[in-house]
Design a protein around this ligand. Structure first.
Ligand code: ADP
Ligand code: MN
Ligand code: MN
Ligand code: MN
Ligand code: MN
Length: 334
């Protein structure tokens, strides 16, 4: 029996890269080989030197097609075998290897918003606005919840694919949802998040609905969409001094982190809607208005993890995990 292998890769769209995929038929038992694509159609190459290479790096069962079919996430390479300039996974993998002895793990909370006919799902089709925010977060009922059927299908698909999905919830704005991947190490947590994003888009497609990672899908008094990134090392899981050292280290690299946390971050990190302003760095216990939150349980236990609340929904998870490793593991190694 032939196997359908859906090859996924991350393109060169600016300022936010997007997923592409195409199908390769494999003979039964055949390992997914290197493959290629037309980089001139993905902002990754000029037309006269258009060949880019797909190197399989993460494979899982394909829950959409079922059977023996698979999803194959790839790194993009140049034809000489070096990482393509748009390949952010290569640097993530290098940092993770450099500090492997610190055993970093991550849980990423991916928020997103469903859109139909150019409007967020649950917004009146003819224009205008629904009731103000308040009842939608973790809500129930047809007046509060929009898109649950897709969310349930997506959750099942992630579990069937073997991803480390740890939960889902309805968010503060109508049509806005969250799923969490982790805790696992890098780059695997990011590989799984990219696959989970693809599954979300693919499942919603069948309903004529698109899911967007736009960090501020509706201007005004409506919550933006983030990707809170929860992070720990073995030292942080052991003692509170390491928790504080990591939180302090992030303050010394504020701009570098904000620059890598997703396009349009100034629109979301305003200081309103459970955010801290992007121009300032702060951390605090239980504080959802801080850049970095230390969960109350972590203070009580004297160990655990920290939550960087700044990354946008549209962040590249290879970049946020690399930055957290570089900044915090370097500080903790001293
Ligand atoms: P909240 O919505 O309260 O901010 P969530 O429950 O949505 O929190 O997400 C918490 C995340 O923290 C989960 O993805 C979980 O996997 C992750 N997490 C839990 N413990 C650790 C840890 N020690 N290191 C890193 N991440 C962790
Ligand atoms: Mn959450
Ligand atoms: Mn959330
Ligand atoms: Mn939120
Ligand atoms: Mn959170």
């Amino acid at each position: 029996m032939a196997v359908k292998a859906e090859y996924l890769w991350i393109d060169g769209t600016q300022p936010t890269a997007k997923l592409r995929s195409k199908t390769k038929i494999l003979a039964n038992g055949e390992q997914p080989p290197l493959w290629g694509f037309d980089g001139s159609s993905t902002n990754q190459a000029p037309g006269d030197k258009s060949d880019c290479v797909l190197r399989p790096v993460f494979t899982c069962p394909d829950p959409i097609r079922g059977g023996d079919n698979i999803i194959v996430l790839c790194e993009v390479e140049l034809i000489d075998g070096t990482p393509h300039p748009t390949n952010t996974r290569a640097a993530c993998r290098t940092s993770a290897e450099k500090y492997a002895d610190q055993e970093s793990i991550f849980g990423i909370e991916q928020e997103y918003t469903f859109f139909q006919d150019g409007r967020p799902l649950g917004f009146p089709a003819g224009g205008g606005y629904p009731a103000p925010q308040g009842g939608y977060y973790c809500g129930v009922g047809a007046d509060e919840v929009f898109g649950r059927e897709i969310v349930e299908k997506h959750m099942d698909a992630c579990l069937d694919a073997g991803l480390h999905l740890s939960g889902i919830n309805a968010e503060v704005m109508p049509g806005q949802w969250e799923f969490q991947i982790g805790p696992v190490g890098a780059p695997q947590v990011a590989d799984e998040l990219w696959v989970a994003r693809w599954l979300l888009y693919r499942i919603a497609e069948d309903y004529g609905i698109s899911a967007t990672l736009d960090p501020k899908p509706v201007k005004g008094d409506w919550n933006g969409a983030g990707a809170h990134t929860n992070f720990s090392t073995n030292a942080m899981r052991d003692n509170y001094d390491a928790i504080i050292a990591a939180a302090e280290a992030l303050g010394k690299k504020r701009q570098e982190h904000v620059d890598g946390y997703g396009a349009g971050i100034e629109q979301r990190l305003t200081g309103l809607h459970e955010t801290a302003p992007w121009t300032e760095y702060s951390y605090g216990v239980s504080d959802r208005g801080a850049s970095v939150r230390i969960p109350w349980q972590v203070e009580k236990d004297g160990k655990g993890y920290i939550e960087d609340r700044r990354p946008n929904a549209n962040v590249d998870p290879y970049v946020v995990t690399r930055l957290l490793i570089d900044t915090c593991c370097e500080a903790l190694a001293q």
